[in-house]
Structures are given as structure tokens and as C-alpha cells.
Ligand binder design. Structure first.
Ligand code: C2E
Ligand code: MG
Ligand code: MG
Ligand code: MG
Length: 288
């Protein structure tokens, strides 16, 4: 991996952000304090529609800005947050932040930027999920079509219940995507019974593209099946130009990954907005 010299730490060819994220042991009480002290921050990673040369949206990704230990990655606290139920508060905080940010960007004169928020299983199963979301949407004034929720395959194992919840969400006018697609054990056909809009191909399938025959076949097949079922497709974990070219060749709708940008603090995303568009144009000038 080429380490970027100067400019900033967020763009193309920068190091993995994990390199400078802390890896501490987190206890329930630490999480409670972090909530009280407002130490969670939301980063935004752009999703790129290469064909249309636009930023098709951003994914909101939570980080914990620990005063002593630095930036802590979600894998070190989301599982405990789910176990302890604190995910409900963290999730609500992330949702409110993301909605406010979306509205704020439009006030700043940026084009409409849809935001995606990850839902955990605990939130998804919460009895007042819909009224909570509705309340936050009202409070922030976000346009429903600019809000998307990401659920995972495993959350839809109870098909009937999932259809109920997702239909209620759909009535709010928000979009739904299925995250980490291909890692669970449900088929795309099963998923198609759910009211969803998008599948996100799990980043593990991006490894070895364009040389790994198996992963190539899986990615191409998911894109085709999704399109045949009238769903859009986002590829996650896209790190190399060759991966971008492969995905362009196979008409993948959206590309998300370190190749374009890693997750950014909101104000860095604003500063980078035009540069991201320039980077997209550089890519589209190169034939597939
Ligand atoms: P996810 O929803 O699948 O999010 C994508 C993850 O892939 C993010 O990790 C992102 O930083 C990382 N990523 C993006 N591009 C690349 C790339 O090119 N290469 C590689 N190797 N990774 C890439 P992050 O931010 O550490 O989040 C990890 C997971 O934590 C998320 O996976 C999601 O499941 C969970 N998470 C993050 N924020 C939230 C949240 O607000 N609520 C809930 N419930 N879960 C969250
Ligand atoms: Mg996600
Ligand atoms: Mg994912
Ligand atoms: Mg994931």
C-alpha cells in the first residue's frame, strides 16, 4: 500500500485508518460515560456513481473519540453496545447526527446528499423503532428520500416480521439496503420478498478482484441478479483502480471504498467534495 505524502490523511493512497485507530478493551461503564460525555462522532464515507459522475450518497459510520486513547473503531464497541442495549442510544445519536448533517449540507448549497445509517438488530427489533425514526425525521426536517437504512441479511431471518418492519419503514419514504450481502445464508430471491432497494456486496468478495476467479464470479453474479430483480448494487471495500474497472465493466451502480475516500469527518467531506468529483472525472476519462 502506497502511503500518501502530505496533503491529507483521508484521500486516495492514504494508509488504512485502522492503522491509527485504538484497540482497547471496552467495558459497559466506559460506553455509558462516552454517551454522557458525547464522545461519539459520525464519519461519512462517499458512495460513488461512476457512470453518472456523481456522489450518490454517504454512509454514516460511528467512531469513538476517546480523550486518551484516540479514535476507536466500531468493531471494538458495537458488539458490547448491542449486548448491553446501549446501541439504542448510540444508534439514535448517529441517526440524529446524520439527518442533521444531511439537512445542513443542503443549507450550505451542496447538492442533495443521501445519507445511509446502519441499523443494528437490537434497533430493528425495537417495538418503537418506527415512531423513533419518524420523530427524528420530523425534528431534523430531513427529506425521507435522502435517508437510507442499512440492515444485514441475518436481521431478516424472521421473514414475516421483517416484511412488516420494512414495509412500515418504506411508508416513511426512506430507502433500505442490505449490507454485507453474500455473507449470510439467505438467497437474493428470499431477500427479494422484502421491500428493499439496494444490495451492498460484502467487502470480502472484493479481495483478489480482478484475478480471483471465484470472487469475480460471485461479484458479477450478484450484480446481474440484483439488476434482474430491479435492485441497485453497491460494492463495498473497493481499494484499487483494477477493482473499479471490473465493477464499471459489470455495471455496478455504486462504489464505496478507500480507493475514492475513507470515512471522513463531516467538515473534511465538505472540503473534499469538489476534489472527489474531480477524482471521479479522472476515472471516467479512462476507458473500461
Ligand atoms: P459496514 O456497515 O459494512 O461499513 C463498512 C465498513 O467498511 C466501515 O468500517 C468502513 O470504514 C469500511 N471500509 C470502507 N471502505 C473500505 C475499504 O476500501 N477497505 C476496507 N478494508 N474497509 C473499508 P467501520 O467504520 O470500521 O465499521 C465497521 C462496522 O461497524 C460497519 O460495517 C457496521 O456494521 C458497524 N457500524 C459502524 N457504524 C455503525 C452505527 O452507527 N450503527 C451500527 N449499528 N453499526 C455501525
Ligand atoms: Mg453499512
Ligand atoms: Mg458492509
Ligand atoms: Mg459490515
Amino acid at each position: 500500500r502506497i502511503k500518501k505524502q502530505g496533503k491529507n490523511n483521508y484521500g486516495i493512497y492514504s494508509t488504512y485508518e485502522d492503522d491509527n485507530m485504538a484497540n482497547p478493551i471496552v467495558l459497559e461503564n466506559d460506553l455509558r460515560k462516552a454517551l454522557e460525555r458525547n464522545e461519539f462522532v459520525v464519519y461519512y464515507q462517499p458512495k460513488i456513481d461512476v457512470e453518472r459522475e456523481m456522489i450518490s450518497g454517504v454512509e454514516a459510520l460511528v467512531r469513538w473519540e476517546h480523550p486518551k486513547k484516540g479514535l476507536i473503531t466500531p468493531i471494538h464497541f458495537i458488539p458490547l453496545a448491542e449486548e448491553t442495549g446501549l446501541i439504542l442510544q448510540i444508534g439514535e445519536y448517529v441517526l440524529r447526527q446524520a439527518c442533521q448533517q444531511c439537512v445542513q449540507w443542503q443549507r450550505l448549497g451542496l447538492p442533495p446528499i443521501p445519507v445511509s445509517v446502519n441499523l443494528s438488530i437490537g434497533q430493528f427489533m425495537q417495538s418503537n423503532l418506527i415512531s423513533n425514526i419518524q420523530r427524528i425525521m420530523n425534528e431534523t426536517g430531513i427529506q425521507p428520500e435522502l435517508l437510507e437504512f442499512e440492515i444485514t441479511e441475518s436481521m431478516s431471518m424472521n421473514l414475516e416480521r421483517s416484511i412488516e418492519i420494512l414495509s412500515e419503514l418504506q411508508k416513511l419514504g426512506v430507502h433500505i439496503s442490505v449490507d454485507d450481502f453474500g455473507t449470510g445464508y439467505s438467497s437474493l430471491n428470499y431477500l427479494r420478498q422484502l421491500p428493499i432497494d439496494t444490495v451492498k456486496i460484502d467487502k470480502s468478495f472484493m479481495k483478489g478482484i480482478p484475478n480471483d476467479r471465484n470472487n469475480e464470479a460471485i461479484v458479477a453474479t450478484i450484480i446481474n441478479m440484483a439488476h434482474n430483480l430491479n435492485l441497485t448494487v453497491t460494492a463495498e471495500g473497493v481499494e484499487t483502480f483494477d477493482q473499479v474497472q471490473y465493477l464499471r465493466k459489470h455495471n455496478c451502480d455504486n462504489i464505496q471504498g478507500f480507493y475514492f475516500r475513507r470515512p471522513l469527518p463531516a467538515e473534511v467531506f465538505e472540503q473534499e467534495f469538489q476534489h472527489i468529483l474531480n477524482d471521479i472525472q479522472k476515472v471516467t476519462k479512462i476507458p473500461i
